[in-house]
Design a binder for this molecule. Sequence first.
Ligand SMILES: NC(=O)c1ccc[n+]([C@@H]2O[C@H](COP(=O)([O-])OP(=O)(O)OC[C@H]3O[C@@H](n4cnc5c(N)ncnc54)[C@H](O)[C@@H]3O)[C@@H](O)[C@H]2O)c1
Length: 367
Amino acid sequence: MNRPWPPVDYGHTGIDAAFTRGDVYAVSPDPVRVGKRPLRIAIASAGGVAQAKWIPAIRRLQTMGEPVAVAAVADPRGDVAAKAAMLAGAEAYADAATMLDAARPDLLLVLTADAAHVPVAEVAIDRGIPCLIEKPLAPDFGAAAALVRRAKDKGVLLAAVANKRFSPPYALAKALVAEGRLKTEPTVFTGKFTLGYPYVDLLAGGTVHLLDLMLWFMGPVARVHARGIMRDGGIESAVAAIGFASGAIGTIMTSAAGLSFKPWERVEIFGRNAFLVVEDQWQTTLYDDETGPAKSWAPVLPNTLMFDEAFGGYSGLLDNVLDAVRGLAPLGAPAVDGANAVGLIEAIRRSIAEDREVDVASEGLVA
Ligand SMILES: NC(=O)c1ccc[n+]([C@@H]2O[C@H](COP(=O)([O-])OP(=O)(O)OC[C@H]3O[C@@H](n4cnc5c(N)ncnc54)[C@H](O)[C@@H]3O)[C@@H](O)[C@H]2O)c1
């Protein structure tokens, strides 16, 4: 309860290192990190998120001294595979199975188009290779739960891309809740998430991030009642009333009718006579004193030092998964959480289509 404000520990975000005076680029090797067991990563997909987020995140960790290397990249699009392999200093392959047999990596990043997440992860699980899988974990809850079971049966580590958990403003909010700064367990959650991309499914491609955060902050969902606006055969906007297993309540508003160059989000969590707000994955403010000031945290870093690979949570998540592969840390985002986010998407879709409340557990949507 007596932590200094702003707090000094941002967990696995890597962003604290950037605050060190005199090392503004955070390139000084950390002796603890440098001494860790070296690991080799393979990447399935050389697409947008591989090139723009994950390869830079790996590079960021390498710059901080992390002993990790990219051994291979696989993508059926030969020119794209060759480019990403060149960026990562790795071998290019046309398919994941051939790559895994040749490279035998310590970890596979499954960053493919959604439809290939499950088949590619299965190929790795059957070879005993740990995976970090992009969201959504699977196209439907049944496939997601089956993938989690398959990995469990084979004793293979499986992590979900829930990168926002590792973004500093959310990591801080989570620490504040865990420290009891809301004066009780969370009672109410409200979340908003908007984007404007016409080419991704709103819930599976975007809102899944907000649903994961909600589950992370609030615990399992018991009931969902949603309403939506349909457009071109898909959900353009949705609102949902949520009842959590804990007895807490919440609301979700999400829309694809926002701006494509300005995805926007906001999370509010209430305790009792105290609440906090995370504004647009940027600023975390705690209101916990009737007479004293609000406590607000936002990064002081100038734009030139804003590494999206760190602030988006990618390098922090990967840092955690690498330590989990080494047996040094528990997974911060196990695949079962990714499966439950997919279950929630299914509950929202079902509720909108049938205009009724969905009981998540009794309808078999929890792993
Ligand atoms: N975490 C985030 O914030 C975030 C952001 C963007 C995208 N994503 C997710 O990342 C994934 C990829 O998105 P993207 O924007 O890079 O898409 P993209 O279309 O740019 O790339 C997808 C790539 O996957 C390749 N591919 C398809 N099947 C494959 C297979 N069997 N083996 C190897 N490669 C295969 C395709 O050839 C293509 O190059 C999606 O699941 C998306 O939801 C997550």
